[in-house]
Design a protein around this ligand. Sequence first.
Ligand SMILES: [Cu+2]
Length: 300
Amino acid sequence: MRHNRRLRWAAIPIAASLSLVLAGCTQAQLNGFLPGFVEGEAPVTNNTERVSGLWVTSWIVLLVVGLLTWGLTIWAVIAYRRRKGQTGLPVQLRYNMPIEVFYTIVPLILVLGFFAFTARDQEAIEQRFAADEVDVQIEVIAKQWAWDFNYVKEDVYSPGIQGQLSDEGPKGSLVQSELPTLYLPVGKNVEIELESRDVIHSFWVVDFLYKKDMYPGKTNYMTIVPEREGTYAGKCAELCGEYHSLMLFNVEVVSEAEYEDYIDSLRALGQEGQLSNEYDRNQNKPGTGAPELKEEHEGE
Ligand SMILES: [Cu+2]
């Protein structure tokens, strides 16, 4: 009873100071120093706040557990240190049922809690738009060591080359204008289809706070609404060979008018149609590319 009351009195100043601390926080701090958050600006996509929420809440819970554990450890080290004149082993305690039940149940609840919140957020982020809700459909095809972009509804494409190093500037500078660039209109429902021509890659736009693997022979999806115009750096996040580190791209989130202009510029370049899987390297993979080879063999 007395303990309960004491805990209640402790909760008030803790809650008060926590809300004071949080009220004085910047965007960067409130979002756990994750990239992409800018004071007074919209989040980068409709999913980024959900991701940062999971991240920050997990850190708070884990830090509370950490502080308790470190505190108790340090307290035990100091309070029960060997004193002058003590010899032999201290009293050995074992089989303390309440404590053992406690430290079995609490981590179990924590792990189940992390699992449940992660599953909830993943479910929401992975939720795909219905076919008629998709405004922009992009097919991203990864290849060693660059990216091809098909704008499916507009029926234009943009082939990419791997990052080009510049002779000017500091060693290892990239020629930004040569990087494959994916244009997305702001505020639209975007569905990105992720595919690979050769080995496993991973599509990662850092500020989107999300990445997804790209497998040969399987299509993965990323569903987003870009909410802030800007240039965002993207990269391959799966070690995929010699020039993996140059498998880079940029995402330009632009207004609808600029997006239309860009699509027109691809048309003007003659890049109409779609880059298909005829450039895939795994031509013997079941279900893709193989029919011609098969026919030849049948004719023998
Ligand atoms: Cu890669």
